[in-house]
Design a protein around this ligand. Structure first.
Ligand code: BES
Ligand code: MN
Ligand code: ZN
Length: 504
């Protein structure tokens, strides 16, 4: 884990990170960018440095990192902030410090002095740096020794260092980074090593390590035998083709010594590998399908983070877990299953499995009395990626007010969501000639059809959000900002922020 400290004094680390911006589209005589060093509260000999940076061809663009030998520190690292501004957006700062932290693997500590004019900026800088200090090398053999260790200690340099709010901000950033890293680790763990049972074990261990009952956390797991006996036909039906049996994991958080201001249920899709089942995916389409449990990891880890932040809100996290495999016991196209509570579904496409396990979990989650809202998080459809790309997640809802509240409060997390409709006219395409519902419908607008399917399992009067994170959950291209290749940990920050907003 990376530790975060604050300082307003002399820089003690041998690495100093500062920002570099391009002055409002101005260029110098020879066409080079006119640069602006943004070193926050640390004074530097900017004139000489700007000349050196200019000679090196620096542009100050996002994700540009330039390391030069320093005089009072061993290294000065310039991280791109884009166009210079009097006030930098939190996400610009978060990404800049994340890119620097990634480039500093192999160093043990660094001081980050970027424009930290308010507490939110301090938090963003700390969070970005800690999120950038990530590595996944558990499965390297002979190449392990060549892997550089991420930064162990981060100091955020700011005039606000003495403020109690700044101390709280870095503590929050530390918790966010620790649990985002847990989500990333679980996503990156191959399905040979992560199945429904080992997922439950990993989360139970994480709850224990966080303090368990002493911080208000409780874990319970339903086995496949129990699920079968109680009629969880979605989870059983999806899991029955695999020799790794399915599970339903519940982590509940009840605040200690204070009254909960709200009670939310968080439900996450936990397919530890999605082969498509008998609607087998082509090999390429399966490559990233170890990430199909990203929603489950996010809701569980967010709940632990919320407990450690001692937020006065109760959370019930539900993770239906199954491996969607192909075998003679797998669900066949046209099989009919019965979701928990009794609604029947004709499974026309076993690759539309996420909605089946979520339906069981959504129904179960609503048995909790006095819920104020329910949020599900899922890598649900390829159509989400087609519609919004790999960095914007979709939000669907039965309550526009709750959805816009979510959009408002999660803005400052840097995670991007975009509202999507649930058009009533698409609902009829889910009608089945023999069961209550079919699991697939109209092909066009597939993300919305999947949302409409889930809506069937949520009470109209309960505010509900469905977050489709199919694209943003897993980064298959290059690292950028604080985001590594592989599992990103998306949605955790927004789930925590939603809980923070409900606490005040
Ligand atoms: N896990 C996939 C969705 C997915 C695709 C996530 C790409 C991340 C990247 C989901 O279970 C799935 O297979 N969905 C199908 C549904 C279809 C059969 C109706 C899809 O979107 O193609
Ligand atoms: Mn699928
Ligand atoms: Zn899936």
């Amino acid at each position: 884990m990376t530790t975060i400290r604050l300082s307003d004094g002399i820089v003690k680390d041998d690495v100093l990170v500062v920002g570099l911006a391009a002055k409002n589209s101005k260029t110098t005589k020879n066409g080079a960018t006119s640069l602006q060093i943004e070193s926050g509260d640390v004074a530097l000999d900017t004139k000489a440095l700007v000349q050196a940076l200019s000679d090196l061809g620096a542009t100050g663009k996002a994700d540009e990192i330039i390391k030069i030998p320093g005089t009072s520190t061993r290294l000065i690292v310039f991280t791109g902030l884009g166009t210079s501004a009097t006030h930098y957006d939190h996400e610009v700062l978060r990404r800049a410090s994340g890119a620097a932290a990634r480039a500093l693997a192999g160093n043990s500590s660094a001081t980050f002095s970027l424009p930290a004019k308010n507490i939110a900026a301090v938090k963003a800088i700390a969070e970005g740096a800690a999120l950038g200090a990530y590595r996944f090398d558990q499965f390297r053999g002979l190449s392990k020794s060549a892997q550089q260790t991420p930064l162990k200690a981060i100091t955020v340099h700011t005039d606000l260092a003495g403020k109690s709010e700044a101390k709280a901000a870095i503590k929050t950033a530390e918790v966010i980074a620790t649990y985002t890293h847990l989500v990333r680790d679980l996503i990156n763990t191959p399905p040979s090593h992560l199945n429904p049972e080992t997922f439950c074990k990993a989360m139970s261990d994480a709850v224990k390590k966080a303090g368990g009952a002493s911080v208000g956390l409780k874990v319970s797991v339903m086995t496949d035998a129990q699920l079968k006996a109680k009629g969880y036909g979605g989870i059983i039906g999806v899991g029955q083709g695999s020799s790794n049996p399915p599970r339903l994991l519940n982590i509940s958080y009840t605040p200690k010594g204070m009254k909960a201001k709200k009670k939310y249920a968080y439900v996450g899709k936990g397919i530890t590998f999605d082969s498509g089942g008998l609607a087998l995916k082509p090999a390429k389409g399966m490559e990233a399908m170890k990430s199909d449990m990203s929603g489950a990891a996010a809701v569980c880890a967010a709940t632990i983070a919320i407990a450690l932040l001692k937020l006065p809100i109760a959370i019930e996290a539900w993770a239906p877990l199954a491996e969607n495999m192909i075998s003679d016991t797998a669900t066949r196209p046209s099989d009919v299953i019965s979701i928990y509570g009794g609604k029947t579904v004709e499974v026309l496409n076993p690759d539309a499995e996420g909605r089946l396990i979520l339906a069981d979990a959504l129904v179960r989650a609503q048995e909790t009395k006095d819920l104020d809202a329910i949020v599900d998080v899922a890598t649900l459809t390829g159509a989400q990626v087609v519609a919004l790309g790999t960095r914007t997640s979709a939000v669907m809802t039965n309550n526009a007010e709750f959805s816009s509240h979510f959009m408002d409060v999660t803005k400052e997390t840097g995670e991007t969501f975009w509202p999507m409709p649930l058009p009533v006219e698409l609902r009829a395409s889910l009608d089945s000639p023999i069961a209550d519902l079919a699991n697939v419908g109209e092909r066009m607008g597939n993300m919305l059809v999947a949302g409409l399917f889930l809506k069937e399992f949520v009470a109209d009067e309960l505010p509900w959000l469905h977050l489709d994170i199919a694209g943003p959950a897993y980064n298959e291209s290059k690292p950028h900002g604080y985001t590594p290749v592989g599992g990103t940990g998306i949605a955790l920050r927004s789930l925590v922020q939603l809980a923070i907003s409900a606490s005040s």
